[in-house]
Every structure is written in structure tokens, then in C-alpha cells.
Write a protein that binds this ligand. Structure first.
Ligand code: ADP
Ligand code: MG
Length: 698
């Protein structure tokens, strides 16, 4: 058996592969393309395509595909085989530079939010050479961006690449001011921690709600949930261990740096964290990770649930987006430096992030908004919907001292002055772990904790990169024109802290008093649900931001706004219809049937001996009969309310209707049915219980 370093990345057309398989000149041209993001000459692309094909065929590939990330939230691929007729009824294996560089899938079946109505149905995919090609399922996958023929982005990769370019441009301006002449580019880095549930496939297949919607729509609480805290970091069961081992192996072959695995808080919940990498690669890898997680689970007779809230009453799943900015010379710009001058640079970048999070709270909130994630945010298991930043006490005190030109270190009685003092190294979030903050500084990076487990990390990082790029642009404008760099820098940092410190909060984010303080005293936004958040997308300040940095045109913003709203409505609609189906076909008949069983028993007992006590049968049958009618009533009302959705013209009004009317009706129906479950004999209940599901892996 090969060792891990031997097989790591064996399914990736990576740097080593290119070096050994491409002619030297082509390799150099390719490197330049990867570094500068410039397009390849077609003659060079032909050579690269041929080498890729040879390598892919040697590794068992028969097909190639442009692999892209449309607005569905998952990846898309259309396979073409390499075969080409060569006369005499035989074939050769071919792959041209043209096929590598550009594809033309029919875009009409992907969400476009109205863009297609005004433009052509066709779309095109364009190779992203900064993310390596790889082999999956005997198919050579070429990571690509997906656009309409009018050039509008129809995917999550295009704007992400644009945002990385924007932050590169502005950060470089700032770095020049600090004399970093050796730096030629800046990239953001991300390490996403991915949570997920694993349950037994057999149990899964008996639950229509899990199959159709990814979450349970009915289900009474089990006798045991997560209250004993015995699952978090607990010993991993052998069946899960063997799943994790195979998952690692598959991911390593694909060059994904899977690193940490452990059990999470809820029963059956687990987490995987990779080593961080460049943002667009991290985004591709996270998509791949989610896909491989599901695939490997199936081989182990398990099902991997990536929904944000598969089970009520226990924690849902999120994704922590650890984010930082690094130079091509390997310097992490969010790491406090060794000298006062480096510290001044660190503080300026820190201020850019503080200002960005404060001014673009709405965009960060939008970047994690979905029907699934609405169940978690603010539910005391994930950060609240109010965005704030955690800096820790030490950094918080330093900023305060800088703002007020006050003494910081009580022992040395020093005045904290930008560019004069050396900052202490901050403990990396080990002792000072605040788990309740949406956006926490963890020593040398920020951890954005609001993402849902099923989200692409694309959206969050587009917003973060762009917002920070904008602040860096403003800083660079001001400092480039400064008469005295140090004086201006000092006052810029002080001013930024003063104006934006309202976003900094080091306390308990789950506390209701904080929400009160945040919204009334500090004026922070509390965008509780997706329909609350999304309308902020098209605010003028946000349109200006996207336009300034060439991330989205107004048409693209409007299209995304529509897609997100429509998606929210569709998800809830499917859930409502699934509930109607389950209640009508399985649950109400079961409830009615069990009532009959109780009544039959009651009659038998009375007939056999009129003196026999029948309290259980009588009282339970009575309660069941009441609940059955109540459930029926709720079901009829839900049906009626769902039928009304066709009368809405406005998508936002429709989304609000789903949130306010349909969701609450679904909850009412569920409450009645869940009570019935608690008094029904297991034998007569049509679905596996919460206990069966949460403890399905022995
Ligand atoms: P935790 O204590 O939250 O598990 P870790 O230190 O293990 O934190 O890191 C969590 C994630 O943060 C990992 O994916 C790690 O690779 C990533 N990470 C570390 N440094 C950086 C960085 N500079 N930029 C982006 N992500 C980073
Ligand atoms: Mg973490």
C-alpha cells in the first residue's frame, strides 16, 4: 500500500504533474497564467490539454467535464468522452485546448434570476487555471467559471475570483505605503470547518421528510439528546472511524488537506476541518468535500446530512469560515508583527476588517441567509442574527488605549502609540474561546461562524473580500495623499476605532440583553430571517460597492436577489407539501388506526368482563381522537394556505408569506402530531423516531 505522501494529490493535475509532463516553455507559460490569472494562448492550451488528457487516461479517465458552481448551491458537470472517430470504425482519445478553455453548456436550466429573459439562453464555462484539474469518477474535471453570453456571472466562482482580485489590488496599495517592495500579490486564505450528521441509511430511507427536504418535519423529542455533553469530542465509533478513514483517503487523493476530525455536540454529529488554503481553492475543495462526504457515506450504508437543522431540539450544523490575508512572500497580514512598524500595518488591516464588518453587516448576513440557516441563527446554538466582532479582552484594551491615547500596560505605564510600541502576541483563541460571536478574531485570522453547513463558502468570502477591499481603498486614498504618513496613519486608526467600535462585542452573544443593547443602544442590524436580510442586497451603498470593485453589476445583484428569494420560497414550499403528504398518507391514518386498536381492545375487555379497568385504552383513545381531529384541522388549513401561494406576484411578499403563515402553520401541525407520537405504540407509528435516527449508528 502506498503511503499518504505518495498518494496525496494523485488525482490532481498539480504543480508536480505539470512540471513533469509539460514542455518547459509550456510549463512556464502555465505558471504565469496561474500567478497572474491571464488567459493562455490557444497553442499553449492545446499542449496543456493534451498532457492533461494523457495523464487522465493513464489514471483511468474516459471523460472530461467542465466542473462549475451554478446558483443551485451544488456543483454541476456534463460529461463528454475523449473518444473521437479515426476512420475504419475505430476511435482515438482526444482533448483540445479549445475544449479545455471554454465550454458552452445550455444555461437555461440553471437559476439565473431573470438574466436569461433579457439575454441568450446559452451560457459558457471558462477554465479557472488557478484551481487544479482533477479526476473524479473516471472523469477529468476542469474547474470553471460559468457566465451568460452577455458576460453576467451565473455562478459563485466568478464573483469570488473578482473579489480576490479587488482585495489584491487595494491591499497592494496599502502594502506599498509600508514599503513592502518585495510583495507582488496578496491573497485571502480560508480554512472552512464543516459540520455534518451521519445516520444509518436504512433509517433514512424510511423518512420521507429527510429524503425530500434534508430535515425532519415531524418527530417527538427523544428521551436523550445532547444534554449530557457526552458526544462532543467523544470516542468515535468504529463504523464512523472507518467512514472517516475512507473519506480522508478520497479527499487526500484529490489534494484536499483534510486534517481534523471529531465528534460534534449533537448525537451523530461530526466535523471535518482542512488545513487552510487560497480562498478559491478552499471553495472548490469544500464543494468537493461535501460531495465526497455523501458519496463515501453511501458506501458505508450511511447517509450524510448536510442540512443546517436536520433535527429539532439538538444542535444544527454550521461551517466556520476561518479567513485571513497573506502576501505571496508568506506573511499573514492579520498576524501581529515583531516590530512597531509591522504592528502599525497589522492594526491598519485590522481596522479595515472592523470597518468592513460594521459598514457591511447586511451583506455578511445576506451571505449566510437561507431557509435552512434561519433555524440556527439566534437559536442559542449558533451566533445570533446580529453581526458583531469578538476581539478578545487584550486586543480590545489595546484598541481602547490607542483610541484614547491612554496608558495600556499597567506595569510599564506605556502609552500605546501606533508605530511606536510592539504589540503582544495574542493567545490563539485557546483560553479565551468565545463561541457565541458571529465574527471572532482568533489570534491571526478571523472566524466567521454564521455560515450554514450546506452553504457554499463562495458567498461569504465574496462579501468579506469586497467589503475589506473597499475599506483598504479608502485607507490607501487617504494615506497616499498624506503629508506626513505616520501622523495620518495614527489619526486614521484612531478615527476608525472611534467610529466603528460599536461592532466590537466581547460578551455572550446568546444573551437576550445583548440583542437589546445591539439593536437599541448600538444601532446594529438584527436581520432575523432571510426575507428580512435579502432586501438589503439592492441598497444603493451595496450596489455602489459592487460596482466600484467590479464584483456585480446591478443586473447581477438583482438576479442574485431574485434567485435567493425564490430558493427560500421553493424550499419552504417543498417542506410544506412533504408535510401534507406525510400527514395525509401516513400519519393521520396511523393515528386513526391506533385509536381503533385502542377502542377494539376496550370493547374486547368490556365484553370479556365489564369490571375490567380500561383507563389506559379509554383515556388514550380519547386523547388520540382529539389529536387526530386537531391534526386534520391543521392539515386542511395548511393545504388551503399553500394553495394561496399562486396569487402572489411579488417574490418578497411571497417569501414573507411563507415565513409568517406557512412556517407557523407547519409548526402547529407538527406540535399536534408530535404529541400523538408520544402516546402511540411504536408498532403503529409509521416512521422511525428521533431516538432511532439520532442513535442509529451503533
Ligand atoms: P479551531 O480551534 O477553531 O478548531 P484551528 O486553529 O484548528 O481552530 O483552525 C481552524 C481552521 O482555521 C483550520 O482549517 C485552519 O487551517 C484554519 N486557519 C489557520 N490559519 C489560517 C489562516 N491564516 N487563514 C485561514 N485559515 C486559517
Ligand atoms: Mg473553529
Amino acid at each position: 500500500m502506498k503511503s499518504i505522501p505518495e498518494y496525496f494529490g494523485c488525482m490532481v493535475f498539480n504543480e508536480n504533474c505539470m512540471k513533469s509532463r509539460l514542455p518547459h516553455e509550456t510549463y512556464k507559460a502555465m505558471k504565469k497564467t496561474i500567478r497572474d490569472g491571464k488567459s493562455l494562448d490557444i497553442s499553449v492550451a492545446n499542449v496543456v490539454a493534451n498532457a492533461m488528457k494523457e495523464w487522465a487516461v493513464e489514471n483511468g479517465a474516459t471523460h472530461f467535464t467542465h466542473w462549475f458552481q451554478p446558483m443551485t448551491g451544488i456543483t454541476a458537470e456534463k460529461h463528454d468522452s475523449f473518444i473521437s472517430p479515426s476512420g475504419n470504425g475505430s476511435v482515438i482519445m482526444e482533448f483540445s485546448g479549445k475544449e479545455l478553455v471554454k465550454g458552452e453548456p445550455d444555461a437555461s436550466s440553471f437559476p439565473s434570476g431573470g438574466i436569461r429573459a433579457t439575454f441568450e439562453a446559452r451560457g459558457y464555462t471558462a477554465w479557472d487555471p488557478t484551481s487544479y484539474a482533477f479526476i473524479k469518477d473516471n472523469t477529468l474535471c476542469i474547474p470553471t467559471a460559468f457566465c451568460s453570453f452577455g458576460g453576467e456571472a451565473l455562478d459563485k466562482k466568478t464573483p469570488l475570483l473578482r473579489s480576490m482580485e479587488a482585495i489584491n489590488k487595494q491591499a497592494m496599495r496599502v502594502l506599498k505605503l509600508f514599503g513592502n517592495d518585495d510583495v507582488t500579490s496578496v491573497k485571502t486564505t480560508v480554512g472552512p470547518e464543516q459540520e455534518y450528521f451521519l445516520i444509518d441509511k436504512e433509517v433514512f430511507l424510511k423518512r420521507k421528510d429527510l429524503m425530500f427536504t434534508g430535515r425532519t418535519l415531524f418527530g417527538a423529542k427523544p428521551p436523550k439528546g445532547q444534554e449530557l455533553d457526552d458526544h462532543y469530542y467523544g470516542t468515535i465509533k468504529p463504523r464512523i472511524l472507518s467512514y472517516m478513514a475512507e473519506l480522508d483517503e478520497e479527499l487526500w487523493k484529490l489534494g484536499v488537506l483534510a486534517k481534523t476530525e471529531h465528534n460534534e455536540v449533537a448525537p451523530s454529529q461530526h466535523e471535518l476541518a482542512p488545513v487552510f488554503t487560497t480562498t478559491n481553492i478552499a471553495a472548490d475543495h469544500n464543494q468537493l468535500t461535501m460531495e465526497i462526504m455523501k458519496k463515501v457515506a453511501s458506501k458505508h450504508n450511511l447517509v450524510c446530512l448536510l442540512h443546517e437543522k436536520p433535527f429539532d431540539g439538538v444542535n444544527g450544523s454550521g461551517k466556520h469560515n476561518n479567513w485571513s490575508i497573506s502576501t505571496n512572500t508568506g506573511v499573514n497580514l492579520l498576524e501581529p508583527g515583531e516590530t512597531p512598524f509591522e504592528n502599525a500595518q497589522f492594526l491598519l488591516f485590522l481596522c479595515a476588517v472592523i470597518k468592513a464588518v460594521d459598514e457591511y453587516q447586511d451583506l455578511l448576513r445576506i451571505s449566510v441567509a437561507s431557509a435552512g440557516n434561519d433555524h440556527r441563527l439566534g437559536a442559542h446554538e449558533a451566533p445570533p442574527a446580529v453581526i458583531s466582532m469578538f476581539l478578545g479582552d487584550e486586543l480590545g484594551e489595546i484598541l481602547e488605549a490607542i483610541e484614547n491615547s491612554e496608558e495600556y500596560d499597567s506595569k510599564e505605564k506605556t502609552m500605546m502609540r501606533v508605530g511606536v510600541h510592539i504589540l503582544p502576541k495574542f493567545p490563539k483563541d485557546t483560553t479565551d474561546r468565545n463561541r457565541t460571536s458571529p465574527f471572532a478574531f482568533t489570534g491571526n485570522k478571523f472566524e466567521f461562524r454564521m455560515l450554514g453547513s450546506a452553504d457554499s463558502i463562495g458567498c461569504a468570502n465574496i462579501m468579506l473580500n469586497t467589503a475589506v477591499a473597499e475599506e483598504l481603498r479608502q485607507f490607501a486614498d487617504e494615506l497616499e495623499n498624506a503629508k506626513d504618513f505616520h501622523t495620518s496613519l495614527d489619526s486614521l486608526i484612531k478615527r476608525t476605532i472611534k467610529e466603528h467600535k460599536r461592532i466590537i462585542f466581547n460578551g455572550n452573544g446568546y444573551d437576550d440583553a445583548w440583542i437589546e443593547e445591539a439593536t437599541t443602544k448600538r444601532g446594529l442590524l438584527n436581520l432575523r430571517t432571510t426575507p428580512d436580510a435579502l432586501p438589503h442586497f439592492t441598497k444603493q451603498k451595496n450596489l455602489d460597492l459592487f460596482k466600484m470593485h467590479k464584483i456585480y453589476s446591478e443586473v447581477e445583484v438583482n438576479s442574485r436577489y431574485e434567485i435567493l428569494l425564490e430558493n427560500y420560497c421553493k424550499v419552504i414550499n417543498i417542506e410544506a407539501i412533504t408535510m401534507i403528504d406525510m400527514a395525509s398518507k401516513d400519519l393521520l391514518p396511523a393515528m386513526s388506526n391506533y385509536t381503533k386498536i385502542l377502542c377494539d381492545t376496550l370493547i374486547s375487555k368490556k365484553t370479556a368482563c365489564p369490571a375490567l379497568p380500561c383507563n389506559y385504552e379509554e383515556k388514550t383513545a380519547n386523547r388520540m381522537a382529539i389529536l387526530t381531529d386537531e391534526a386534520y384541522e391543521q392539515l386542511l388549513m395548511l393545504k388551503e394556505e399553500v394553495a394561496k401561494v399562486t396569487s402572489f406576484d411579488d417574490t418578497l411578499a411571497l417569501a414573507e408569506y411563507y415565513r409568517d403563515t406557512i412556517i407557523s402553520r407547519m409548526q402547529s401541525l407538527r406540535a399536534v402530531v408530535d404529541e400523538a407520537e408520544t402516546i402511540t405504540s411504536k408498532e403503529y407509528w409509521p416512521y422511525p423516531s428521533y431516538g432511532d435516527m439520532l442513535f442509529s449508528v451503533k
